[in-house]
Ligand binder design. Structure first.
Ligand code: FAD
Length: 480
């Protein structure tokens, strides 16, 4: 029997590197979509699946240490949750506390009613909010008249919004809100890559306010998510999505504690596969490889295949953050917790990015008589603070909550989670960089990248990429 014949007789072997939600979604989709004999191996470097998704339970508190939800208007995450039997567990944000505060001059002011993605859809509440002067509001109104941009050139989210609505709304609301999604800086994030809906809205309506009015109406009419909630989560915490997805994998051999240290091309015609993947413990051969790991890590592995990748990935940077969770007896917090939390514009010059009032945003997160708050630190404008140790981060979070909300009580528990380079930045020029990376990857048939930070940053974007990579593999002929 020749090597070639043996190659055709064995199942197609696909190795997925990374057991975050992208890798798991890809594994599930491959099992459903690839026809013919199939072998899938998923290699996860750490001792747990989920990557950024991590739910920790502590004395009746349910702590979503990384993501706490997904945006309901992007269907992929809700669809996956339903498919893996968690449809009944999807929860909406609590209706009575869907507002958000903005820190302005050290005070918490409610984000005026009707804002969609940081854009006003009603001017009445903006007038009443006290956040803007008459001149500033008049400048926002010019959005109806500012001509559409005619070039295809990329620009930052901040430049785009300033052009249409003026600087103050960018500095005080839209910048911190939209930049905050990336733990980034709206002045560097690409509008075309991160918020293509704004670009499409400008082209279609010639006005962002008009476009967001239409989007809001459509959302209220169709009631995305549960009860029209913009974000949804899972009753038992976000890790349930990881556990249920992994549990239902039928073919995939999921191996934890197997960090991939190198990927090479196998010899031409090697019957064992096109790629040799080293984990330090063994070398696996695969016909296809999906790198479902953060771009900053993929860069190092790919650069070994071709040094050109190093330069192509140069612009795909990532910021680090930390989340600090503080649990309190409800009676020791007198500040009303009547919102999902607050965001902190950079101009407030504080060492925190935002705070989520977890137990106001979600049910099922704390034992009776207790509340939990989360404080975000780090990101584009504050990574220096992360040099502090965990005790110091808790102290910083407590001091900020004391100054802003007058919470001085001792927490009943505190936990710090660090997210090193876990917030990829889709900076201006991102789509061009992506195109160049895809083009280079064509020189390596069977090698794919999919993860947070390539095409979108949220959980639905990751699941979508996992599904899409499975579609591409399913449509490509198995190598002979
Ligand atoms: C603090 C924080 C809050 C967030 N909040 C939200 C939110 O509320 N909603 C939302 O939609 N998104 C949120 N996100 C983004 C969301 O978490 C990510 O988009 C998503 O979880 C990324 O999934 P992934 O599988 O692409 O990557 P990851 O979760 O990073 O998973 C990659 C996996 O690959 C493994 N790995 C890395 N290198 C190797 C290697 N060499 N070999 C083998 N395995 C390797 C890692 O251990 C990890 O398990 C948040 C992110 C952070 C950091």
């Amino acid at each position: 029997m020749t090597d070639g014949r043996r190659a055709r007789e064995r199942p197609r072997h696909i190795v997925i590197v990374g057991g975050g939600i992208t890798g798991l979604a890809a594994a599930r989709a491959l099992e459903h979509r690839v026809k013919g004999a199939l072998r899938v191996t998923l290699l996860e470097g750490s001792d747990r699946l989920g990557g950024n998704i991590l739910t920790v339970r502590h004395n009746g508190f349910t702590v979503d240490a990384g993501p706490d939800s997904w945006v309901s208007s992007k269907p992929e995450a809700s669809k996956l949750a339903e498919d893996v039997g968690l449809g009944e567990d999807i929860i909406a944000t609590q209706e009575g506390s869907r507002k958000v505060y903005i820190l302005a001059g050290g005070k918490l002011l409610p984000l005026p009613e009707g804002f969609v993605l940081g854009i006003p859809t009603e001017m009445g509440p903006v007038f009443k909010s006290g956040l803007f002067s008459w001149d500033e509001i008049a400048r926002m109104g010019l959005d109806y008249f500012v001509p559409r941009r005619t070039t295809d050139e990329d620009e930052s989210v901040a430049d785009f919004l300033s052009r249409r609505l003026g600087d103050p709304i960018v500095d005080r609301i839209a910048g911190p809100l939209l930049g905050g999604i990336f733990a980034g800086d709206a002045r560097t994030i690409s509008v075309r890559a991160a918020f293509p809906q704004f670009v499409a809205a400008e082209a279609k309506y010639g006005s962002l306010i008009k476009a967001m009015q239409a989007a809001r109406k459509a959302r209220l009419d169709t009631k995305d998510g549960k009860d029209g909630s913009a974000f949804v989560s899972l009753k038992g915490g976000m890790s349930d999505l990881v556990t249920a997805t992994a549990h239902l994998l039928k073919i995939a051999d999921v191996r934890k504690g197997e960090r991939v240290t190198g990927i090479g091309r196998a010899e031409e015609g090697d019957p064992r596969g096109r790629f040799a993947i080293s984990t330090g413990k063994e070398v696996l051969f695969a016909d296809d490889v999906v790198l479902a790991i953060p771009p900053v890590i993929a860069r190092k592995l790919l650069a070994e295949l071709s040094p050109a990748f190093d330069g192509l990935y140069e612009g795909l940077r990532a910021h680090s953050t930390a989340t600090v969770f503080l649990g309190y007896r409800a009676r020791s917090v007198s500040h009303p917790l009547d919102a999902t939390g607050f965001i902190v514009p950079a101009q407030e010059k504080r060492p925190i990015l935002a705070s989520t009032w977890v137990t106001s945003k979600w049910e099922h997160r704390a034992p009776a008589g207790h509340v939990m708050l989360r404080v975000f630190l780090g990101g584009a404008n504050g990574e220096g603070v992360l040099d502090a140790d965990d005790y110091a981060l808790v102290a910083i979070a407590r001091r900020q909550l004391a100054e802003i909300m007058d919470i001085t009580a001792l927490p009943v528990f505190s936990r710090v989670f660090r997210w090193d380079h876990a917030s990829p930045q889709m900076n201006v020029g991102h789509l061009e960089r992506l195109k160049a990376i895809k083009k280079k990857l064509e020189e390596f048939p069977g090698l794919y990248v999919a993860a947070n930070g390539y095409q979108g940053t949220g959980i639905p974007d990751c699941i979508k990429q996992g599904n899409e990579v499975a579609d591409v593999i399913a449509a490509s002929p198995a190598p002979s």
